[in-house]
Write a protein that binds this ligand. Structure first.
Ligand code: MN
Ligand code: MN
Length: 459
């Protein structure tokens, strides 16, 4: 089947639109490097478009009707936004789902220690990473420290030009005789991902003088003590902003495209969509990279509970109607797919591979070893979605994650499908997936945004 690159269909004005959209996306992923930061920014953008907090709607005994816009967030790490349609929710919603957590390195609960005047923080990585990619890089620390007085301290270090950065050291090549003979999985071990944060002894201290210096700094800047790390959620992420990639600036290199590229485009599609018959939804979940578990992961009842609350606010709640609303829904479960990489062509089967610039990528199934763990989408639904794409002249492609038995991966699709709704995997192709700096095509980012709008409008 002959497919054309999206770049070839654009006139000058369209190319400018694609580049302009990417400027806003670059800002989003540069500012939002944790799930909490993504939720905070999502709420800010949604409020600008007239969205109300579901908690306030409930507290004020307001009634929701067609055209109302409302969001529900949970623990600051997952969020669902609803634009109420003209039909009862009972007949189903059009849902755009994606995840806002990204692979990273988390600080342990007892992190700080000193070794020959150097101060380090012990870590436990989050999600699937090639550990050797995370050494000898400028890193930043983002997160929160919850104190026993009930206050929560926000921490961001390493992003401003005047900020210091931190990092994980790597062994000099001159002394790597033993290391270089190890397999890639063993070159850097998980327990050795220790972040260097200081080296300056504090005068007049008895012992652990350099650690005392760092603790003193933390006390002054954030009013936190060593024991406060016990109740902290601190994430080590690549420091710095997303950048244009390629001499032609056609791509974006940034941290956390997986899966903020699908999250941002889904969110923007919803915010730019007119009220329609069916209720339009954007669901941004946490914990996908570690199995969608926990109260803020896609497996939690958060979304189902939010739908029940909204139907109650519409004076349209029964248990049966909630079940019908969920099973009558249609969803694009969006997550990044593997973009063809000329340096590693052998892992793909080229008829079923996603390419940069060819637009939004759909996967009938994901999973590993014979589709295990996947949601195998119905072809009837795929035909409906592809017709919606073609109606709006969206560039789209279909792909699998690599050759059969080369590896694989999962998404949140199978979780929503448990309600009986139609779910199809979609997403933006990425190079360097799960590396500190991932790459996407600006054309694919734009086609995803436009494709999600086409889904909300035409399904
Ligand atoms: Mn993902
Ligand atoms: Mn991932």
């Amino acid at each position: 089947m002959e497919k054309k690159s999206a770049w070839e269909k654009y006139d000058d004005k369209a190319v400018q639109d694609v580049f302009d959209f990417s400027e806003n996306y670059k800002k989003f992923i540069s500012d939002c490097k944790t799930e909490r930061e993504c939720v905070t920014e999502t709420i800010r953008l949604a409020k600008e478009k007239g969205y109300k907090d579901l908690k306030d709607v409930i507290a004020n005994h307001e009634t929701l009707t067609a055209g109302d816009k409302v969001y529900a967030s949970h623990m600051g790490k997952t969020i669902a936004l609803f634009q109420i349609g003209r039909q009862s929710l009972e007949y189903g919603m059009n849902i755009l789902g994606a995840h806002i957590d990204s692979p990273r390195i988390d600080i342990k609960q007892n992190p700080l220690y000193e070794d020959h005047d150097l101060v380090l923080m012990d870590t436990h990585y989050y999600g699937g990473i090639k550990k050797y990619q995370w050494v000898a890089l400028p890193l930043a620390m983002h997160g929160v420290v919850a104190k026993k007085d009930g206050s929560v301290v926000q921490v961001v270090v390493g992003e401003e030009d005047c900020d210091p950065v931190i990092g994980i050291s790597d062994l000099l090549v001159h002394l790597s005789g033993d290391q270089m003979s190890k397999t890639a999985g063993k070159v850097i071990e998980g327990e050795d991902l220790n972040v260097t944060v200081g080296s300056m002894p504090k005068k007049d201290e008895e012992k652990e003088k350099s650690k005392a210096y760092i603790l003193n700094l933390l006390k002054e800047k954030y009013d936190i003590a060593e024991e406060d790390f016990l109740c902290a959620e601190l994430e080590i992420v690549p420091a710095g902003k997303a950048r244009d990639y390629g001499l032609d600036r056609s791509m974006v290199m940034g941290y956390g495209h997986d899966d903020r590229v699908c999250s941002y485009t889904s969110l923007m599609a919803l915010l730019d969509t007119e009220v329609s018959e069916r209720t339009s939804v954007c669901l941004l979940t946490d914990k996908e990279e570690v199995g969608s578990i926990g109260a803020t992961g896609a497996s939690s009842r958060f979304f189902e509970n939010s739908v029940a609350e909204i139907m109650n606010c519409m004076n349209d709640y029964t248990e049966l109607k909630v079940r019908r609303a969920l099973s009558n829904s249609k969803m694009l479960s969006s997550d990044v797919s593997a973009a063809y990489d000329p340096n590693y062509p052998s892992v793909n089967e080229l008829k079923n591979t996603a390419f940069f610039g060819y637009g939004l990528s759909f996967s009938k199934f994901t999973g590993v070893r014979g589709k295990s763990g996947s949601n195998d989408a119905n072809p009837e639904f795929m035909a409906e979605v592809f017709a919606a794409m073609e109606k709006e002249n969206i560039s789209y492609q279909t792909a699998e994650l690599g050759r059969v038995d080369q590896g694989g991966g999962g998404t949140i699709a199978y979780i929503s499908a448990q309600y009986g709704m139609e779910v199809l995997d979609a997403g933006v192709p990425v190079q360097n997936m799960h590396a500190p700096w991932e790459v996407v095509s600006k054309a694919d980012v734009y086609e995803a945004y436009a494709g999600y709008k086409a889904f909300l409008k035409n399904i």
